[in-house]
Design a binder for this molecule. Structure first.
Ligand code: BTN
Length: 321
């Protein structure tokens, strides 16, 4: 542990009790002046530390900033979040995670950002989220899967997001195939899965997730909403980020153990697409019919108006009725 982190740990361990500067300096074998300097530095980062003339210091609040150490606290995951990086500002977390993949970094590394200057969405769209109000994360994974099965990773992430939101807020969100997370028809979260692959094998996958957490309605693009708007109050992004990494870790474990069937079942439970009359747009194609649900490969089956059934693995869906 770094020297500066030890002051914070000391305060944390004391819980609601005050600890004197003298005690901290003795235990950590540093000067009283050093302790004071660290307290000031922690306050600048947003930690709320009360100072009492006779009693000492007490930690009364942590900042809602996506600091790696805060997210990693009691995380307990096996793979996802083994290494956490967090940027105040970045182009796109997906690009950063992709570069790490190319450099051979191990799976599970999770790249967070408070703000993206070039946040990317699916189909060449951009992803916009006001500074410090969302959870924007890209996770590098190295599943042993053929490239055609990578769409399973997107469906997996959608299920993980729905469960994490449920845990953190009690809200029940719906999934629009393949990966939009909606509440009352408005978008709360988008997922962008990208991969590096050979013809027959995947080198690595980056699952990028953007969730509108504490943005207000006027800060978001039309058709979008946030957890804060839905709940009527702000939520802790750090706690939510932790819940999300835990759920993805759990679902990824299921996926690589060949249990996609379980995930597909959960996906169906939350699907707002199955049973709807839809138009699906894929590259150079348009398909219309009733969405019948997903199969064991994660493909969406469409019952066309002429009675024929067709499956699609990627595309954009418009719900008609
Ligand atoms: C979509 O709905 O079109 C997908 C949006 C995905 C946005 C996230 S935010 C974190 C990660 N970094 C990016 O540049 N995009 C994804």
């Amino acid at each position: 542990m770094k020297k500066e982190d030890r002051v914070l740990e000391f305060l944390r361990a004391a819980g609601k009790a005050y600890v004197s500067g003298e005690k901290i300096s003795e235990r950590l074998n540093v000067s009283r002046a050093y302790v004071w300097k660290e307290i000031m530095a922690l306050r600048r980062l947003g930690y709320r530390i009360e100072a009492h003339p006779h009693e000492g210091y007490r930690l009364v609040g942590i900042p809602d900033r996506l600091f790696p150490d805060e997210i990693a606290r009691d995380l307990g995951t096996r793979r996802v979040g083994r290494q956490i990086l967090s940027y105040k500002e970045i182009g796109s977390t997906n690009d950063a995670a992709f570069r790490l993949g190319e450099q051979g970094v191990g799976e599970g590394v999770s790249v967070f950002a408070e703000h993206q200057k070039k946040g990317r969405g699916r189909m060449g769209r951009s992803w916009v989220c006001p500074k410090g109000k969302g959870v924007l994360v890209s996770i590098l994974l190295r599943p042993i899967l053929p490239p055609v099965e990578v769409s399973k990773m997107t469906l997996m992430a959608a299920v993980s997001v729905v469960r994490a939101v449920r845990q953190a807020t009690g809200l029940k969100l719906g999934i629009k195939w393949p990966n939009d997370i909606l509440a009352g028809g408005r978008k709360v979260c988008g997922i962008l899965t990208e991969m590096s692959a050979e013809l027959d094998r995947v080198n690595f996958v980056v699952v990028g997730i953007g969730i509108n957490v504490n943005a207000s309605a006027r800060e978001l693009p039309p058709g979008a909403t946030s957890l804060k708007t839905l709940l009527g109050k702000k939520i802790s992004r750090v706690e939510f980020a932790r819940a999300l990494l835990r759920e993805i870790d759990r679902d990824y474990e299921r996926l690589i153990r060949g249990q996609f069937g379980k995930l597909a079942g959960e996906w169906e439970e939350h699907s707002v697409t199955s049973g709807k009359h839809v138009i699906v747009r894929t590259i150079g194609r348009k398909l219309e019919g009733v969405a019948a649900g997903i199969d064991a490969d994660g493909a969406l089956w469409i019952r066309r108006d002429d009675g024929l059934q067709e499956k699609v693995l990627a595309g954009d869906v418009e719900h008609l009725r």
